[in-house]
Design a protein around this ligand. Structure first.
Ligand code: SF4
Length: 350
């Protein structure tokens, strides 16, 4: 048996940043931390943090007043931010910057009196957050067929945006249908489907014809992982989405010569390695990794965390923390409380 290992696969820059954000918050404040929704959509990642004592919540009401709360990589609506303020929570925003980009586009179009057609999956955390930016100005659709139900006049200002983790092919079909019906519809200045989603899908598309079966590591609620499995299926190969090696079934490999393995953007590399180890030990599989594109994307931690990292002792940390969340101007309020040397450190971060 041969294993074709797709590259790029697994963690993207947004997931790396969100996980580092939570690790760093735990390092500084201990595990008594709350996260709004799963930090990323992966069972193993969520279990690791849960075992450390982190609590994942689905409503702000579950978070005790005054606690530390992280927003997940998928982003939140302004209403959630408002509720957090009401409970006097200290919030750290681990939203992926590429999700924030879509939020900002929604805000801009709504301010300019456009109606926005958002292409995405109903109920997904990212979609809920984006729609919350301008609920009265956004209509959500999932498929090209739904375009027929839209009834904007030719004189109306309309624009479309997309969820970051859609199938590139399916989104293109919906966009084509939109442009056919509304030739004047505005496109976002830059593609909303993110680089990581696109690259992982491209890799699977390029390699799938060489494989007899496709294994995708990732959780069932991970949108980009599901899209990878669907590519295998649409291209006529048995394709399975699994959280880890324990879910592999011997019957999937009867008569199989080549297995394609990839992983969604929230799936840890350990889960990929476990599958490879199992296939090597049980089937004598030989590994070949194929790189279809190099990635060099990384995102820095949110400003509030970088400020805290810069503060070198607990008392200073508390002053900076207090200053950041109780004033609108971090620099001016912080510098009025702390000494010259620390001031230089903080100012250097901006
Ligand atoms: S999949 Fe894309 S949008 Fe989502 S966290 Fe990763 S880089 Fe950001």
């Amino acid at each position: 048996m041969k294993i074709l290992l797709a590259n790029p696969r697994g963690f993207c820059a947004g997931v790396n940043m969100a996980i580092e954000c939570l690790d760093e918050t735990i390092r500084m404040f201990g595990p008594q931390i709350y996260v709004y929704h799963e930090i990323v959509h992966n069972k193993y990642v969520v279990e690791r943090f849960t075992q450390q004592g982190v609590k994942f919540v689905n409503t702000i009401a579950e978070v005790p007043e005054g606690s530390i709360l992280l927003y997940s990589a998928h982003g939140v609506s302004p209403e959630i931010r408002q509720q957090s303020k009401g409970r006097k929570l200290t919030t750290i925003d681990a939203t992926c910057p590429l999700v924030t980009k879509v939020h900002l586009e929604a805000i801009k179009y709504a301010r300019e009196h456009y109606h926005i057609v958002l292409i995405g999956h109903a109920g997904h955390d990212e979609v809920i957050g984006t729609m919350g930016e301008a609920p009265a100005s956004i209509t959500l659709i999932e498929t090209a067929e739904e375009v027929a139900n839209l009834s904007f006049g030719l004189e109306s200002k309309i624009a479309y945006l997309t969820q970051t983790t859609l199938s590139v092919n399916e989104a293109a079909m919906v966009i084509d249908a939109l442009k056919l019906k509304f030739p004047h519809i505005e496109s976002p200045p830059k593609e909303d489907i993110c680089y990581a989603t696109t690259n992982r899908q491209d890799a699977v598309k390029q390699l799938v014809e060489l494989a007899d079966v496709v294994i995708i590591l990732g959780s069932q609620n991970s949108s980009n992982s599901r899209r990878l499995r669907e590519i295998g299926e649409v291209l006529g190969k048995p394709a399975y989405l699994i959280d880890g090696a324990s879910e592999l079934r011997p019957e999937w490999f009867d008569g199989v010569q080549t297995v394609l393995i990839s992983a969604g953007a929230s799936a840890p590399e350990e889960t990929v390695r476990d599958c490879i180890d199992l296939l090597v030990s049980q089937y004598g599989a030989i590994l070949e990794e194929i790189v279809t594109r190099l990635e060099h994307v990384s995102f820095s931690l949110p400003k509030e965390l970088r400020l805290l990292q810069a503060a070198s002792d607990w008392s200073l940390r508390i002053i900076v923390w207090h200053s950041f969340w109780t004033t609108s101007s971090v620099r001016s309020s912080s510098t009025s409380f702390i000494g010259h040397q620390s001031r230089q450190k903080l100012i250097g971060l901006h």
